[in-house]
Design a protein around this ligand. Structure first.
Ligand code: PXL
Length: 285
């Protein structure tokens, strides 16, 4: 009998400005996954470019939700964490994993902390060390270049990078995470952009590069991570999942660019969901 895979997505809800749960829930559902969620906070908008946003902290609810799920004996194929509002939340996620994950559960941590060399202002300077501890528990991490330098506690370096630099960063990320590494924002020149993967099962490092689309589109990291997890859950190799995620993120950006929208509003990932389903091999009707 076929079994539908079940994912627990643990992120904030930004009520406007597509990112975190408002991206993860529809995308993972489109991938055919049963998607459950633990909201870590509710904000009126995300924090990237809007001022005056509301912030309702839900730290106290996270563990009780996990405890209730455990009492119902629910099994999860993946736990996927993204934006976490505080060091305390990163510690609580450890306990959530203890409660709801088994050896067979894939733990994917997107260490959402910053972009373009800057730690998001909502975070204190000690937050990256807490996120680093959580990465130690992950089967897959998906940092961008800014987050990689924060995790490694090193000053940010702008690209273009060399292959040697990227390989070195992958090796050092492997020291803080026992799992698969997907590093985004990698580029060796100004015309391309993509990801580098370190597959711990094969020891292989690979690059996935695509033509760069100009402009800073908010929420693309979340589109990338949700596609990556969807592809992994459907049995893709790490490299193929990273490539599918790059293709779908570029497609969403190109679609958004044609619409001339405020870049803070998030990308139009919705229009191409039927294409995503085909990319993930969901042609069965
Ligand atoms: O897209 C990452 C993200 C998620 N959640 C919140 C954010 C951001 C990035 O700015 O502010 C609340």
């Amino acid at each position: 009998m076929e079994r539908q895979k079940r994912v627990a997505a643990i992120h904030d809800i930004s009520c406007f400005g597509k990112c975190s749960l408002t991206v993860a829930l529809p995308m993972l559902s489109a991938a055919g996954l049963e998607t459950c969620c633990i909201p870590t906070a509710v904000l009126s908008t995300h924090t990237g470019g809007f001022s005056g946003y509301t912030y309702r902290d839900l730290t106290g609810d996270i563990l009780p939700v996990a405890n209730h799920w455990k009492s119902l004996n629910l099994q999860f194929d993946a736990v996927y964490t993204g934006f976490l509002g505080s060091e305390e939340q990163t510690e609580i996620i450890w306990r959530v994993i203890d409660e709801i994950a088994t050896e067979d559960t894939l733990i994917m941590v997107d260490p959402v902390m910053g972009d373009d060399g800057v730690l998001y202002p909502v975070f204190s300077s000690s937050f990256p060390a807490a996120m680093k501890k959580l990465c130690n528990r992950a089967d897959v991490i998906v940092p961008n270049m800014t987050e990689a330098f924060l995790l490694l506690d090193e000053p940010y370096r702008h690209g273009p990078y060399t292959e040697t630099e990227i390989n070195d960063i992958l090796d050092r990320l492997a020291d803080i995470c026992p799992g698969q590494i997907v590093l985004t924002g990698v580029h060796f020149d100004e015309n391309s952009l993509g990801a580098a993967t370190l597959d711990r099962k094969t020891g292989k490092k690979e690059f996935v590069l695509r033509d760069r689309v100009d402009g800073f589109y908010h929420g693309t990291g979340d589109v990338y991570a949700a596609t990556l997890l969807s592809a992994l859950m459907r049995g893709f190799s790490l490299h193929d999942a990273a490539a599918t995620a790059a293709d779908y993120t570029v497609l969403s950006i190109v679609t958004t660019k044609k619409m001339d929208k405020d870049l803070r509003y998030g990308v139009n990932f919705e229009q191409n969901l039927p294409t995503l389903m085909r990319m993930l091999g969901r042609n069965e009707g």
